[in-house]
Design a protein around this ligand. Structure first.
Ligand code: SF4
Ligand code: SF4
Length: 458
């Protein structure tokens, strides 16, 4: 039933976006097709995405499910021993020289932060790769009560709300059909009419029909240490040697987030099994992200500033979330900032995505394939990540939010201004690197802390 029926004129709407003065042709091209606020409200995705993000039936990246199959033999690229030994020796030398010369973004006190986050040896219960968690003492059976039962929509809302409380901004769900089984094919081989999944991770009960994706973001400001390469000194040509800090922190956060959600689902009386690193495809199919030129999932709110998607398989009946179109993959066609930033020419400069897999990629999707040989032989991920940190979409949720949210709204409806937006970013350099000094002297009373595992970080 209608709640508002306040008609918004096209001119008022565009005035709100700050683009009312443009020509009629361009205006018609970019004006969203909303007739009134009721229609706009009804477009909101189940998970709390920005209002301008459209839910769609198929993801914006084309997938050929007759080809894509993770159970097919596949070997990821690995540098030959002599190259990886050279990379390690160079990394150690640059790290030492950076400390001795007190280089900005490579200082001893910053590297120590990075190292303290690298240490994940806090107990196996935080292992995000854990197939299952043993919480039998908390189960409804142990307490002597029935399991929690809600409609699929209530169950989804329950998990999304709990997961948000634990520290993840978004939760997505896809139904495990024949296609999703192909995605999980490298670990789960068979499905059977059994009650519980086997502990060796090979057989899943048929009743486990839902794949949950839990978004893990990372600190945007800390990420900005890696926004560019050093132009001189021992680290010339590389980002600061402590640029991993944000990533390490987010991996650790992700482990905790997954463990909490697994434990929660089990306490409600259902199975919650780690589906492993499905990461990018799971995020895209569940409507958290689109495919990006940099091959990572790109989010309307966080850009590439995500660390990973935790994935869980469950028998708890859940409403599904649909893929999204926020205009991000279209924006990547024009933008190419990550490819320009790539020091090893691993990233494609092609405007259109393509089917042919380049070294180290699986076949079956039409995307911009990274040449993993170039990337890994350069020393990535430890020595790079520039594609990740230079993306202008990362700033959408940052201090420049009001500008970028308007850009996001326009991008979602038209590609007419994409070239202009990318040029603006090159000009203003929203993702230029922060100096280390800025971070050490940040205002500790106003700077958001990371205690809630990423949701409030900037
Ligand atoms: S991480 Fe790899 S693909 Fe990305 S910019 Fe660095 S070398 Fe290029
Ligand atoms: S830098 Fe530009 S092209 Fe690359 S992922 Fe971000 S938006 Fe897409």
């Amino acid at each position: 039933m209608s709640q508002f029926h306040s008609t918004v004129s096209r001119r008022d709407f565009m005035k709100g976006l700050g683009i009312a003065g443009i020509g009629v042709g361009a205006a018609a091209a970019i004006s969203p097709k909303f007739h009134d606020i009721d229609e706009l409200m009804s477009t909101s995705a189940k998970h709390n995405l920005p209002w301008y993000v459209k839910e769609v039936d198929n993801p914006t990246v084309e997938i050929d499910w007759t080809i894509l199959d993770y159970s097919k033999p596949f070997t990821a690229y690995k540098s030959p021993t002599e190259i990886s030994a050279k990379i390690s020796a160079s990394r150690a030398q640059r790290r030492k020289d950076g400390i001795l010369q007190n280089m900005d973004r490579s200082s001893q006190r910053l590297l120590a932060i990075s190292d303290s986050l690298r240490d994940r040896d806090l107990g196996s219960s935080y292992d995000w790769r854990g197939w299952d968690v043993d919480k039998s003492g908390h189960s409804p059976t142990a307490i002597g009560v029935p399991k929690f039962e809600g409609t699929p929509e209530e169950n989804y809302r329950t998990l999304a709300s709990a997961s948000h409380y634990f520290g993840s901004p978004h939760l997505g769900v896809v139904q495990i059909d024949a296609n999703i089984k192909k995605l999980m094919g490298d670990s789960i081989k068979t499905y059977a009419d059994i009650d519980q999944a086997t502990s060796d991770r090979t057989t899943l009960p048929n009743k486990c029909k839902w794949l949950i994706t839990q978004m893990v973001v990372q600190n945007h400001q800390a990420d900005k240490f890696a926004g560019g390469v050093d132009e001189s000194g021992p680290n010339k040509g590389y980002p600061g040697t402590a640029h991993h800090a944000a990533g390490f922190m987010a991996y650790f956060d992700g482990a905790i987030l997954q463990h909490r959600l697994q434990t929660y689902i089990k306490a409600l009386g259902y199975q919650a099994l780690s589906a492993g690193p499905l990461n990018v495809p799971a995020g895209i199919l569940a409507g958290m992200t689109e495919e990006s030129r940099a091959t990572m999932g790109i989010s309307p709110e966080y850009g590439l500033g995500l660390r990973k998607m935790n994935t869980l398989i469950t028998d708890m009946p859940l409403a599904v979330t649909k893929p999204i179109d926020a205009g991000l993959m279209r924006f990547c066609q024009t933008c190419k900032i990550c490819s320009e930033a790539c020091p090893s020419s691993a990233q494609s400069m092609e405007t259109e995505p393509f089917w042919e897999p380049v070294c180290g990629n699986r076949e079956g999707s039409k995307k911009w394939h990274i040449n993993w040989k170039n990337c890994i032989d350069f020393g990535a991920p430890q020595d790079c990540g520039l594609c990740h940190t230079n993306c202008p979409a990362n700033a959408i949720n940052s201090a420049a939010a009001s500008i970028h949210k308007t850009v996001g709204a326009v991008m979602s409806t038209t590609s007419v201004f994409n070239g202009f937006f990318a040029s603006m970013d090159r000009l203003f350099g929203y993702e230029r690197p922060l100096s280390e000094d800025t971070w050490w002297n940040r205002d500790l009373t106003t700077y958001k802390r990371d205690v809630i595992l990423g949701v409030s970080t900037q």
